[in-house]
Design a protein. Structure first.
Length: 536
């Protein structure tokens, strides 16, 4: 293993999409940003320097950060932001992971343009558990707004209403074929007939789960969230913000240009969004300029496609890649995730109320001092540790809502003792708008042991949990009007953020954090921060 050094300069760059130009915040002037390459076992040092007027922080999404919580990156959780003109070196070692992950800004809505791929190769000499592909291609899916995304969310917060949806989806930064805007080129993937390619798909979008399809080709999924899965062949991939999927595609045709589509998935669309991004798979020797074979994306509300995808995934092999699913549970938790409505005197457009989101009815309030600093330096008054392990009021989560949809505000953490085992059931409360919530946990991979529709039944549902080969992830789609159960071992001391990876829901408060620390010696508690850690 070796040490890899990267320099991430956060700079503004004028960028043209959809026939209009705006300045965007980027890393090294690129959209999407540069790919970070490493091998399992390597140590990575990324010096991030802020040259823009916004505060910044970068999160290495899905990197376990074993004992390196100070390098995790969420602003006001593990660090204070890197201010204009300042630098911070993120220093972490990649332990027991290989595959595709992503890095992204973790402050406000800056990740709309500040994101990129993390490619972790296996240790030298260790092969993939699937045939070696001819080529590997990073495919980053995202969104494009004609307006400044900080303005989009600030306007929504002032009005109390939901923010606008994006103006386009993008594939490696490009929307593809856009009517009346012919100057835009789309992403092209050149292929040779008979060869197999590994696509490293990343959903870096702020607010939408996406469908990915290639006309005339099937996809073999071999890895998700940097964990191997039993190969499964499907024609559509469903990928939520924060998730990654590696899929093999064999150029099984002789020639032609095949349309690739990326389109939004939402169970019950609140906002109609028919935007489809396109790219092409281009067989060498094909002269056609337009796609010769097209496909239509699934409808926006194709819940069945999502359910099929999410239930098809199983971890590869519990012998070669030990699954280590905790079989006993120290903390049995049930968290409701959903939307609510709170009063807001200044929200004229929202008629005196504003949309909020919560976990167990707590709308998380971001502190102004980083939680990990507050914990480590014993700064009182920043957070409390009384996050409820169960819903405060039990109701029919997927039926009619309680009479008051109001939530309580708080900066509450849930304390887990070091090395304890956790079973967490995430229950969607489909009471305002039934919507999938892709919930992301920092600092851990977890096992997705169960999933179902309707209300979780603690008596019967655990009987069907998969404790043998459940897929291992860092971001799980909680089905709308349903639940997802995960298990993990709290073997990483620190403060670990958990939130919906739909950025609008995070902004509205669908977030909380776990505090893991025994206060007993250096192995079971948080180690001191690096000297350049940005202070508040
Ligand atoms: Cu990818 Cu807390 O985020």
């Amino acid at each position: 293993s070796r040490v890899r050094h990267y320099k991430f300069n956060v700079v503004t760059r004028n960028t043209t999409r959809l026939c209009s130009t705006k300045p965007i915040v980027t890393v090294n002037g690129k959209f999407p940003g540069p790919t970070l390459y490493a091998r399992e076992g390597d140590t990575v040092l990324v010096k991030v320097t802020n040259h823009v007027s916004h505060n910044i922080s970068i999160h290495w999404h899905g990197i376990r950060q074993l004992r390196t919580g100070w390098a995790d990156g969420p602003a006001y959780v593990t660090q204070c932001p890197i201010l204009t003109g300042q630098s911070y070196v993120y220093n972490f070692t990649i332990t027991g992971q290989r595959g595709t992950l992503l890095w992204h800004a973790h402050i406000n809505w800056l990740r709309s343009t500040v994101h990129g791929a993390i490619v972790i190769l296996p240790k030298r000499g260790v092969p993939y558990p699937f045939p070696t592909p001819h080529k590997e291609v990073v495919v980053i899916l995202a969104e494009w707004w004609k307006s400044d995304t900080e303005a989009v969310i600030n306007e929504a917060l002032n009005s109390g209403l939901a923010p606008n949806v994006s103006d386009a989806h993008t594939i490696n930064g490009h929307p593809g074929l856009v009517p009346n805007c012919s100057s835009q080129r789309g992403f092209t993937l050149p292929v040779q007939s008979g060869k197999t390619y590994l696509l490293r798909l990343i959903n870096a979008a702020l607010n939408e789960e996406l469908f990915f399809k290639i006309a005339g080709h099937t996809l073999t999924i071999v890895e998700v969230d940097a964990t191997y899965v039993k190969p499964v062949k499907l024609d559509t991939i469903v990928i939520a913000p924060g998730q990654t999927t590696n899929a093999l595609v064999t150029a099984e045709q002789n020639s032609g240009k095949y349309l690739v589509t990326v389109s939004p998935f939402m169970d019950s669309p609140i906002a109609v969004d028919n935007l489809t991004a396109t790219a092409t798979l281009h067989y060498s020797g094909t002269l056609a300029t337009a796609p010769t074979t097209i496909t239509s994306p699934p409808p926006q509300n194709a819940t069945a496609v999502s359910n099929k995808f999410n239930t098809a995934l199983k971890s590869l092999n519990s012998i070669k890649y030990p699954a280590n699913v905790p079989t006993t549970v120290d903390h049995k938790l049930l968290f409701t995730v959903g939307l609510g409505i709170n009063p807001c005197a200044t929200c004229k457009a929202g008629n005196g109320s504003r949309a909020v989101a919560s976990i167990n009815n707590v709308t998380f309030v971001m502190p102004t001092t980083a939680l990990l600093q507050a914990h480590f330096f014993n700064i009182s008054g920043v957070f409390t540790t009384d996050f409820p392990g169960n819903p405060p009021n039990v109701f029919n989560y997927t039926g009619a809502g309680p009479s008051s949809l109001q939530t309580t505000n708080g900066t509450k953490l849930y304390r887990l003792s070091y090395n304890s085992t956790v079973e967490l059931v995430l229950q969607d409360t489909g009471i305002i708008a039934p919507e999938n919530h892709p919930v992301h946990l920092h600092g851990f991979n977890f096992f997705a042991v169960g999933r179902g529709l309707g209300n979780y039944n603690p008596k019967t549902d655990p009987k069907s949990f998969n404790l043998v080969d459940p897929v291992e992830r860092n971001t799980i789609s909680v089905p709308s009007g349903g639940w997802a159960a995960i298990r993990f071992r709290a073997d990483n001391p620190g403060v670990w953020f958990m939130h919906c990876h739909l950025e609008v829901h995070t902004t509205w408060g669908l977030k909380m954090a776990f505090l893991v620390d025994n206060g007993k010696g250096p192995n079971e508690s948080v180690i001191p921060p690096p000297s350049d850690l940005p202070k508040c």
